[in-house]
Structure formats: C-alpha cells, structure tokens
Ligand binder design. Structure first.
Ligand code: NI
Ligand code: MN
Length: 234
C-alpha cells in the first residue's frame, strides 16, 4: 500500500490515511452502521469525505459528521451536494461534481466514475432525487491508485476504468440483492484487471449473502481477493 493506510470500517465505509497524513472517509455511515466496531465509531480527524450515493447506508452520517468535523470537505455528485447544503453543510465544505470529472485534493486526484445503481435520498420518510450514483478512482502522488465502486452491478465499461486509471486495488460490493454478487463481481475483476480486490457490502444485512470465499473461488487465483473484517487495516 506504499505507506497508504486503508481501514475497512464495515459495509462500504473505509478510511484512508495517505502517505502525507491526509485523512479520507469514503461513504460516511458510521454511527448507525452495525458493522463498525465500537472502537472505530469515533472518527478523530478528517480532511475529505467521498460519498458514492444517497442511500442511507452510504450517506447516513454525513450531516452529523459535517457538524462534528467542520473542516472536512465533502465530495459528491451535484444534486447530493445541494441536498447536503440544504441540510446545513456549509457551501465552502461541499464539492459537487459529476462523472468523468477529476479534482485534486492536496495532491490526491479524485475522479468520479460510473456506477450502475440508484440514488434516492431518504428525507423525512420520502425519497428525494439524489442525482446519479458513482464510484471513485483515488490516485495518490506516491503512485497508488484505488477504486471504490460504490454500490453497483457489473458493467462492461469497468474496462474503461482499467484502461484510463489502472487502479491497483479495487473495492467491490459482493453481497448481492442490492448490488452485484460474487458471480458478477468475478466478471468485474476481469474488466478491472486490478491485482488486488477488496470485497465489501456483504453480510451487513441478512440478504447480503455473497461471500469473499465465493469470489475467491471464482477468481481462481487470477486476482488477490481480500475479505477484511470490519476494523481490519490493509
Ligand atoms: Ni445503495
Ligand atoms: Mn448500499
């Protein structure tokens, strides 16, 4: 990981500490996330928060984290940034963007990429439009490139993510039901050609039955499949 620390908090939530000490949280669902170990529920300091989409199991604690971490900058699609602004997140702390765009954050290049999913935001019992769901390619200036797929089915344009950005590490949902399961994730591995794959978004709820072991057997040694437990540092 070239001095980059990646910690799996659980479900689709990860923290990254870059080799320069910048702290990134991907998918701010921490307090309400039953997978996150108690010892990791308090997030010490944060520079950036990346949000893949507006489902509560990804955005659930964003507004609260914005209040407790007033210097953290939130990156998300345009529509979600407007929604967060309406919920009290300061405009100066919001970067709304869209797919294909790249921003640079302290030398870290963050590119928003496609995800095949939905993105309604649950707001006081109603679903409001949250723009499109996405994934992120995060390229550090030490050469490490990560891809967080968000919630998605497999799509053949994952081959473009490989061609354009060459992520070495791919964080992929494998639980099925709301996202791809192991069968589709194995196909995603073929498109992405990332040497290391980290399985996520499984077993948090009973319907998310896909397991890292199933993906590993389908990968047949072609990729290194990691199935971290919540709290594991990679
Ligand atoms: Ni979702
Ligand atoms: Mn989800």
């Amino acid at each position: 990981m070239r001095d980059t620390e990646l910690t799996y908090l659980g479900h689709a939530t990860f923290t990254i500490k870059s080799h320069t000490g910048k702290r990134i949280l991907i998918d701010p669902w921490v307090q309400g996330n039953p997978a996150v170990p108690q010892s990791l529920k308090r997030i010490p300091s944060l520079d950036y928060v990346l949000i893949t989409h507006g489902h509560y199991d990804h955005i659930g604690d964003a507004v609260e984290i914005a209040a407790t971490h007033p210097s953290a900058v939130f990156v998300c699609n345009f529509e979600t940034s407007v929604w967060l602004g309406a919920k009290g997140v300061a405009e100066a702390n919001l970067i709304g963007m869209n797919k294909g765009g790249t921003i640079e954050l302290d030398g870290i290049k963050v590119t928003m990429v496609h995800a095949d999913h939905s993105c309604g935001i649950l707001d006081e019992g109603k679903i409001v439009y949250g723009g499109d769901p996405c994934g992120y390619v995060v390229a550090f200036d030490n050469g490490l490139t990560l891809y967080h797929a968000g919630d998605t089915n497999v799509f053949s344009d994952m081959a473009l993510i490989h061609e354009l950005y060459r992520p070495e590490v791919a964080l992929l949902p494998i639980g099925g039901h709301y996202t791809m399961g192991p069968r589709e994730a194995a196909k995603a591995c073929e498109f992405l050609q990332a040497p290391t794959v980290v399985a996520m978004h499984h077993h948090t709820f009973p319907v998310l039955t896909g397991s890292p072991e199933e993906l590993e057997s389908l990968a047949a040694g072609r990729w290194r499949i990691l199935g971290p437990r919540p709290g594991d540092r990679l």
